[in-house]
Design a binder for this molecule. Structure first.
Ligand code: PLP
Length: 399
């Protein structure tokens, strides 16, 4: 049987069985649902997109996969070239992997080894944010700050290698003052902390982080697995503040195939590029650079550009702000909006219990968690469909 994610299997209600999917819609045997989650924030172009299907079908006729160890191929090369031209600054060196968590592992390992290669062996620590989420693998969990994983601290004790701070400049300055010579990197989900509760914070914090990283020679890592490809209303937050290492995943392939990338700048790459074989980056996921994934990712980026997705995202934000204006309820603590993400935080998680089934009956798929009722819709959503998603959220509180 299937062991489902994030569920007490004994108490789990049976999941909705999807038999077809097209555009923003998921189909069960007897219901049509607008997917307000975009399959964990990845399906930005909607389902069964003709151009994306075509990209995979074309590549499939050549080959589905060959390893990148000792081999290379056009889809991986073209995607790396595309990202090099498309991403800001000198984020030019693209390391592929098969999921966001692994791409975060790669980034953290790269940051550590960068300083080991330079013989700055005291720099073993990572600075991270409270409420951070960086994935479910062990180092990613350690950098993250999810209560669900605090059993790991109980098992192993508090981490000596990661420090967590809130998104406050005073805390940032204090951490750098105290730990700067021990830090190899500061990792953050920029502007929007997703799985930690759709928490939004100001760009000023990241600008200050960039300054402090420069001042103390610490690498700045942006985990844009969730925020990348427009979600915050910026193409990448890296367009506003340039990190040394950028992590992409989720929407990279338009939600078609699990794939991710850890992209380093020249300085980081050059920290590995020399005559010492021990300075090489020793990492290589089996399915890195998968040809189907790279083909569909490339086409996804082309669509994003050709069809001016940033204006679609700005329109989603505009409609969301308009529809949420003046709406409040005594059970709602805050309504937060950034780009194509809206979140209602309630005081008591019991308030949104039963929402998923209510939304299902209205024709919307939603997956609230803890105290957070949110929508992160596919960017191709039409105005009336978006209004329906938002109305469904509001209607729940009329109960
Ligand atoms: C989802 C997510 C990850 C993990 O990606 P997976 O592909 O699920 O391993 C890492 N970082 C952030 C910010 C995420 O939202």
């Amino acid at each position: 049987m299937i062991w489902y994610p994030y569920e007490q299997m004994k108490a789990m209600k049976s999941p909705y069985k999807i038999v077809d999917a097209q555009g923003v819609y998921l189909y069960t045997e007897n219901q049509k649902l607008i997917d307000s989650v975009s399959s964990w924030w990845s399906v930005i172009h909607g389902y069964k997109h003709p151009a994306l299907n075509q990209a995979i079908e074309t590549q499939l006729k050549r080959f589905a996969h060959v390893m990148l160890g000792g081999l290379t191929h056009e889809p991986a090369q073209r995607l790396a070239d595309k990202l090099q031209g498309w991403l800001p600054g000198d984020l030019d060196y693209c390391f592929f992997s098969d999921s966001g968590s692994v791409a975060v592992e790669v980034a953290l390992k790269m940051a550590l080894q960068y300083y080991m290669n330079r013989k700055e062996t005291q720099r073993t620590m990572t600075l991270a944010l409270t409420h951070a989420y960086h994935g479910d693998t062990f180092k990613a969990m350690e950098a993250g700050d999810d209560e669900d994983y605090h059993f790991i601290q109980k098992a192993y004790g508090e981490s000596k290698n990661v420090i967590h701070i809130p998104t406050e400049i005073a805390a940032l300055e204090k951490a750098f003052a105290k730990y700067h010579d021990l830090l190899n990197c500061f990792i953050a989900e920029p502007l929007l902390q997703g799985a930690g509760g759709m928490r939004m914070y100001d760009i000023v914090f990241l600008k200050r982080a960039r300054e402090l990283c420069d001042q103390y020679g610490v690498l700045l890592v942006f985990d844009e697995v969730a925020t990348g490809f427009g979600r915050t209303g910026n193409r990448f937050v890296a367009d506003l503040v340039l990190p040394d290492i950028l992590v992409l995943g989720k929407a990279l392939t338009g939600g078609y195939i699990g794939h991710a990338a850890t992209i380093a700048n020249r300085k980081v790459f050059e920290g590995f590029y020399d005559d010492n074989p021990a300075h090489a980056f020793m990492h290589g996921p089996t399915f890195m650079g998968n040809a189907l994934a790279c083909s569909v990712a490339l086409r996804s980026i082309e669509l994003f550009e050709e069809q001016d997705y940033m204006s679609k995202i700005h329109r989603i934000e505009e409609i969301t702000r308009r529809e949420m204006k003046g709406f409040s309820d005594r059970r709602i603590k805050e309504i937060r909006i950034i780009g194509a993400c809206v979140c209602m935080e309630v005081y008591d998680s019991g308030t949104i219990k039963g929402y998923q089934q209510f939304a299902y009956e209205q024709g919307v798929f939603s997956r609230p968690f803890l105290n957070y009722l949110y929508a992160m819709v596919p960017y191709v959503i039409q105005e009336e469909e978006l209004v329906k998603v938002l109305d469904t959220m509001k209607k729940w509180f009329a109960n």
